[in-house]
Design a binder for this molecule. Sequence first.
Ligand code: NAD
Length: 253
Amino acid sequence: MTFTGKRVLITGSSRGIGCAAAEVFLAGGATVAINGRSAASTQDGIAALGGGERLVAAPGDVGTVAGCNAIVAAAIAAMGGLDVLVNSAGIGDSRPMAECDEEMWDATMNINLKGTFFCIQAAHPHLKKTRGNIVNVASDAGLIGEKGLSVYCASKAGVVNLTRALALELAPDVRINSVCPGYVDTDMVRRDGIEQAADPKAAEQALLDYTPLRRLAHPAEIGKAIAYLASDDAVFITGAALQIDGGTTAGHP
Ligand SMILES: NC(=O)c1ccc[n+]([C@@H]2O[C@H](COP(=O)([O-])OP(=O)(O)OC[C@H]3O[C@@H](n4cnc5c(N)ncnc54)[C@H](O)[C@@H]3O)[C@@H](O)[C@H]2O)c1
């Protein structure tokens, strides 16, 4: 995929899926604004991607409107405009309903859903100028329910339907789509999930059993799907929710 001369901002690109997407855009010739919540994590992401002139920093917290505005402003200041916005920043907190409190609800909704909306709002005038596009990282958990993930599921279902509503509102100038990954081998799943379980082997096996293709996705597999939706090959796609989930949403096994 060719992105020569394109300017791409990816929230939550200091590691994980966002970082893998950055790698694909960079390989295609784009300039990419990297975002982590702090200046330090943003620089870690830039270093992991090898540094260089086509990587710029746009640190900030997507959990606040001021943070979203600052991230987009930093990206525009460094790149002079914007062709693609990818909203990948997110958190996943797995708890039974009785253990969910207001703090966890607010953090999940603010980062996953509110942050996505307000980054789009801030970026839209710039994307309108370039007839650019947006890709939101939702989840298979935005399409189907998962036990123990009710708040996360609600936030990601919000991202899927926010994407559809904005596809209508932003057309015909700006396309917007979402990707819905299944379990991906990133810190969110391995370091913060599998490795925290009482029996990590059993926890990993449960995820493999849940997934018809019987493995976790590699972050690059999601990065390539994000780049496809952002590319000129996808010019007639808007409002879509693309599953990259190894079959988790295909039906009952
Ligand atoms: N890993 C999976 O299995 C999986 C599956 C479906 C969807 N997703 C979604 O993909 C996205 C990326 O997840 P990941 O697996 O790469 O997770 P990760 O934990 O590896 O990375 C998350 C990224 O988001 C950033 N981030 C978190 N909170 C932030 C904030 N308030 N402000 C700015 N940046 C913030 C982190 O700095 C990091 O760069 C998330 O939206 C997640 O919900 C992940």
